[in-house]
Ligand binder design. Sequence first.
Ligand code: NAI
Length: 469
Amino acid sequence: MDKFDVLVVGGGPAGYVAAIRAAQLGFKTACVDAFTRNGKASLGGTCLNVGCIPSKALLDSSERYEALLHDYDQHGITVADVKLDVAKMQARKDAVVDKLTGGIQYLFKKNKITGFHGLGKFVRREGDAWVVDAAGTEVAATHVIVATGSAPRQLPLAPFDGDLVVENEGALAFAEVPKRLGVIGSGVIGLELGSVWRRLGAQVTVLEALPAFLAAVDETVAKEAAREFKKQGLDIHLGVNISKVEQQGRVVVLTYAENGAEQTLTVDKLIVSIGRVPYTQNLGAEAVGLELTDRGFVKVDGHYKTNLPNVYGIGDVIGGAMLAHKAEDEGVAVAELIAGQAGHVNYDAIPWVIYTSPEIAWVGKTEQDLKAAGVPYKTGRFNFAANGRALGHGDPRGFVKVIAHAETDELLGVHIFGAGGSELLGEAVALMEFRASAEDLARTTHGHPTLSEVVKEAALAAIGRALHA
Ligand code: NAI
């Protein structure tokens, strides 16, 4: 039986990064992953195969299409006879995914990581090692890292059928633009994929159970985003209670209550995006007594240790923010902890991005968080409409809001609603990692003309020194 120092179960952003870092630290490392795409092993998990990466490819394609239809005219460019080839768009998306998943395979080879394609399952403890069934082959490992990720949450009323009722994977693979698209859940997936298909021509209706729109997002951003998405034609219904979802031939008919009145909605495709659940099936957790929380997550302590010796959990399967970058950083941290180093993730400085148009990006606390916690704060806001670069681009929508502690001036949160927000957020994350002040941000020279000047101006506004407002 082969013996490894570290065996990682799951090859998504948490698992493959943990494997690379463990190998870099000198451990004999293996990774077992079951993901299959187009009949072949495909590393990278949900994020690379059916999540972050393919969705961004389609977001970009659909934004270009919409820009051609509506935005070029303002630049004095007339575009005629615009055609949409969904098959070609999907093929480009697949090529992007192929390139990246192939890249992980290359990195495994480079770092001498043994890859197994199939399920990884705990079998027994033998001496000081774990015996794991890695895709049908028993291997021994001193340390096992569980990084098995998450799966889409099913709505019992509307089980996925891979055709009319789909999750993220199905919604990324429509062969043609549905005429009427229903979305259950106005979270990240609902808004991102709803936006993709709306831009390509679908009539999109979003049904959300909660009465508040984007409750976790800063209230000012959520309010302006709701207004903007409505203007774009996303038909979002809040506080609805869905009672029936029925397939009638090639359509899906939903019955729901809204403001006490019963409504029906008929759609050609339905995306159900109501969150994700930890994936621990087929792991053999019971066989070895691996403890799960009452919601099914692998239970870990602050150092990713489970109840079992030398067994760790990272990524979506342990809960917290279900974000690829949080999972990757946990992958690095756990490998370093196993090596006796001080691996650490700063959960107070995790960036969040919702890839709508414009993007919603933030780090740190929202104004409502601080109000609830009774923390004294001050805010500064600057609009993209007053920024030269944004006007040049022709997309001056949105703003940046900086929140700092009222007494110490420490940056507590930066919220961006604007084009390129995901990239602009980077400096705020880095500054918050170093516990910088709003004045530090305001006194940092930013290139001119750039969109990043909006971040600086919002920081200037927070310290009462706005120059251009
Ligand atoms: P989500 O948690 O973002 O949103 C789910 C929404 O569905 C919530 O607003 C919830 O109130 C609503 N909901 C729940 N039950 C409902 C019901 N019965 N009827 C109507 N509405 C209902 O989950 P989502 O969008 O499915 O995404 C899953 C995970 O994937 C998230 O945890 C997210 O972090 C991650 N993700 C992250 C992305 C990013 O960082 N840009 C992109 C896509 C996914």
